[in-house]
Write a protein of this length. Structure first.
Length: 510
């Protein structure tokens, strides 16, 4: 076997699998699959977004966080003249949520330098090699599956907002309906130009100038030359926790998702001896982690934080729910890869909901990071100038006591943390396989609202005692609960994984 890849669509997974079968390692496959997302999952993210990557090197034994999420511009929205920034409502089921688009909603993108610098450091193939399958897919086209078709309907108001975006997503009046073939040959041309020029020259020259011209202050945007020139990919040490049965490596502060997963996991295990049901323990952990984030407890305790301290857990346990807002569909995807040598990569990336505006004629959709309230917990317009934006992205690698390794992550906005928590628990506590754990029903509890998947009225007693202002049952698996994609290398060397059908995921062992 060469490796295993779990991704958000069949075309994306097949692209990474081809690279593995061609002798590429986990990083080659992950980066190649990320480029293929533009065809296989065109609504979910783009090369003008941002992301987080967790990398494990079998050769060195090191696990590193490769942070290429977006920065806020140094110019604030309050300082802008003629700011192009306005709301669009999206309907994602039981309610609607406003997202903001326009040139003034764009943050500084990091996907291209993030992916390409990771390939330079950990890959074995050239950029020209790893983009080849993606370019073929972009020219031949990918069939829109059920998950993508559903997400496309959510996002239609944004993805058809401008003439330029309609030229990409509805070139002949046909939108991204189930079974249609989506092609984007102009992006294949762009990728080949980038490989030919060298990615640094392309990003710091041609693409930089297009972004400044289109999303700069003169055209209603905020991005300046200083913003583009000062952007840097960051390498961080992961947050390492005792997960109960293994070691968990996840994204550290200032990102909130990883610390919240760690805190919820510790709280859930701490409460294991109580008589409370699994569902009540999960909800208590979720509520307490929300409280800790909203009241600055994650940040305040970061310097000398002991995640295993029962004193700390008791100090913040039992807190009330915070006033956070339920998030929308979250246009984010995740790819997990493990190769036969034991290298592992988990990468989550997003462009918000898209800006409704491509960058020039590149075929690359711009992000709307400054228009997504989930990235700005203190409200729109509160991003720290020139700093990394907050994110819930939490690609995670778990090494168990028996020598197995699991790589997982998901999209899903504020459900990212709770989806990963529950899949991890199914694997570590209930001995489920990755496929079983990913498929198992989930819940999400926030701001007093309890969302329950595959709810059966006969099981209502399990939820007795949970303080809810609203109870939202889902009678079938739903994309609201994220799309967890997991790849694993078991202690005996066997490779397997699980991909989430909620968002059209697909897993391939090569």
């Amino acid at each position: 076997m060469y490796g295993v890849i779990s991704a958000g669509s069949t075309p994306t997974a097949e692209t990474g699998a081809k690279i593995l079968a061609n002798g590429g390692n986990a990083m080659d496959a992950a980066v190649g699959a990320c480029f293929a997302v533009a065809a296989g999952e065109p609504t979910l993210t783009s090369l003008a977004g941002g992301g987080m990557m967790m990398v494990h090197s079998a050769r060195t034994g090191q696990t590193i966080v490769h942070d290429f999420f977006g920065n806020a511009p140094k110019l604030s929205q309050a300082e802008a003249v003629n700011l192009d920034f306005y709301p669009i409502k999206l309907n994602y089921g039981p309610t609607t949520q406003k997202f903001y688009v326009g040139r003034g909603a764009a943050g500084i993108p990091g996907v291209i330098p993030g992916l390409c610098s990771a390939l330079d450091r950990w890959g074995t193939q050239s950029l020209a090699q790893v983009i080849k399958p993606a370019c073929k897919l972009l020219r031949d086209g990918a069939i829109i599956g059920a998950g993508q078709a559903a997400l496309a309907q959510f996002l239609k108001p944004i993805l058809t907002e401008t003439k330029a975006s309609r030229a990409i997503f509805a070139p002949e009046g046909d939108y991204l309906d189930l079974g249609t073939r989506f092609k984007l040959p102009v992006l294949a041309d762009t990728l080949e130009d980038m490989a030919g020029q060298g990615w640094t020259h392309f990003y710091e020259g041609y693409l930089r100038n297009l972004i400044l011209d289109q999303f700069g202050p003169d055209n209603g945007g905020l991005i300046t030359a200083q913003d583009m020139d000062s952007y840097a990919v960051m390498e961080r040490q992961p947050l390492v926790l005792n997960a109960g049965g293994g070691q968990l490596n996840t994204i550290p502060l200032p990102a909130a998702g990883g610390p919240m997963i760690g805190l919820m996991r510790q709280l859930f295990k701490l409460d294991a001896c109580s008589n409370a049901t699994r569902e009540r323990r999960l909800c208590a952990a979720m509520a307490t982690a929300d409280y800790a984030r909203l009241h600055g407890r994650l940040q305040n305790d970061a310097a000398d934080f002991d995640w295993c301290s029962n004193d700390y857990l008791a100090r913040i346990n039992g807190s009330v729910q915070g006033p956070s807002q339920p998030g929308g569909p979250s246009c984010t995807t995740h790819i997990s890869v493990v190769d036969s040598s034991g290298n592992a990569v988990g990468v989550t990336f997003s462009h918000g909901e898209s800006n409704g505006r491509p960058i020039g004629n590149t075929g690359i959709m711009m992000n709307n990071f400054l228009g997504e309230e989930d990235l700005l917990p203190k409200g729109l317009g509160t991003a720290a100038p020139g700093q990394r934006l907050a994110t819930m992205m939490s690609p995670t690698i778990v090494s168990t006591d028996d020598g197995s390794m699991f790589v997982l992550g998901t999209g899903g906005s504020n459900r990212i943390r709770t989806a990963i928590l529950q899949v991890l628990g199914r694997i570590l506590d209930e001995d489920m396989t990755p496929a079983e754990a990913v498929k198992a029903p989930r819940l999400h509890y926030e701001s007093g609202v309890l969302n329950v998947e595959l709810f059966n009225e006969s099981e209502r007693e399990k939820f007795h005692g949970i303080d809810t202002s609203a109870f939202v049952p889902f009678d079938a698996p739903h994309m609201f609960f994220g799309g967890v994609n997991c790849a694993a290398r078991m202690a005996n060397g066997q490779l397997n994984g699980g991909a989430d059908s909620r968002r059209g995921g697909h897993c391939i062992v090569v």
